[in-house]
Ligand binder design. Structure first.
Ligand code: SF4
Ligand code: SF4
Length: 296
């Protein structure tokens, strides 16, 4: 049965009763309000916020945490000692990512293709390969009041977000956490969603929104994570997303209206829950979320 939160009463949230859960917030399409939902939910629930959208992290613009620590993220890449290399090419053959190429000058590494898997180091019998650290990004850790905030940032021009997301996820313990994933349905999203107890898919009532939502729905179904949907920029009772949800029997966790005030708050870097109307909307969403997680 579909659950339209705006038609439900508003409860007071007891954040201590939130339980311990990891909730991933994703969107098939960029610009649907995923970060708005993630940051405001973290604020209203008083739980940890983790920005895994490492190619474009912007949750800290709204939560404005005081940064207490910054950790560098490295991957280990091979460094080849030409003196010891016998030119056997075994490392080139084993590399699944085509990061190593054999040339007249010996084995060459294309650093940005290297996933740091270590297979080349293991196969090299002459010990010509040693591993060297390469910095690909950073993790900022801070506090917004009592709310723990973590955000990963991938270096500009760096193609591999995976290791930054993995290291961020490793920092999540059993406290209730909102994970703000990348938009789309790439392997970065899969990495961020994995291990979550529940997923929220944020969408908007447009043809593009529906198209990309369907892909995100397939993704969470494949990973086997219970989920529901928040529809942003809603103007009426029914739209193409609500019809899709009825048809597929997908629960709707909440509706966020199409409202100029949201654009103003966003442009000023303010949380929506600073406004009484939106505070009540997010309280209602948070309460329904906790119930949904407990029932799933
Ligand atoms: S496996 Fe070792 S010895 Fe063989 S080509 Fe690679 S670096 Fe050289
Ligand atoms: S560490 Fe893995 S990905 Fe990188 S060059 Fe070696 S085999 Fe290829």
């Amino acid at each position: 049965m579909i659950n339209l939160v705006l038609h439900m009463p508003v409860w007071e949230i007891e954040t201590e009763g939130a339980g311990r859960m990891q909730v991933a917030v994703l969107s098939g399409k960029g610009g649907t309000g995923k970060t708005t939902v993630s940051t405001n939910l973290a604020k209203i629930m008083g739980c940890r916020y983790v920005d895994c959208d490492v190619e474009e992290p912007n949750g800290f613009i709204f939560l404005k945490p005081k940064i207490e620590e910054t950790r560098e993220v490295y991957i280990l890449v091979p460094s080849i000692d030409k003196e010891k290399c016998s030119d056997c090419k075994k490392c080139v053959d084993i590399c699944q990512f085509n990061a190593l190429v054999h040339t007249k000058q010996g084995v060459m590494l294309f650093e940005k293709l290297c996933h740091g898997c270590g297979a080349c180091t293991l196969i090299c019998q002459t010990k010509a390969i040693i591993e060297a650290r390469r910095r690909i990004g950073k993790i900022d850790i801070g506090k917004h009041g009592d709310i723990e905030c973590l955000s990963g940032t991938l270096n500009i021009g760096e193609p591999m977000a995976g290791p930054v997301i993995s290291q961020l996820k490793n920092l999540i313990d059993d406290k209730t956490t909102i994970v703000d994933c990348s938009p789309g349905s790439s392997c970065n999203v899969v990495k961020a969603v994995q291990g979550a107890d529940y997923a929220i898919l944020v969408t908007e009532p447009t043809a593009f929104g529906l198209h990309d939502l369907k892909i995100a729905v397939e993704l969470v179904k494949k990973i086997n994570i219970p989920f529901s949907i928040i529809i942003n920029r809603v103007t009426g009772d029914e739209n193409l997303i609500t019809r899709y949800c009825y048809e597929k029997n997908i629960p709707i966790l909440g509706l966020i209206p199409y409202d100029k005030k949201i654009a103003i708050f966003y442009s000023e870097g303010k949380l929506l829950v600073e406004d009484e109307t939106y505070k009540n909307i997010f309280k209602s969403i948070a309460r329904t979320l906790m119930e949904a997680v407990q029932c799933s």
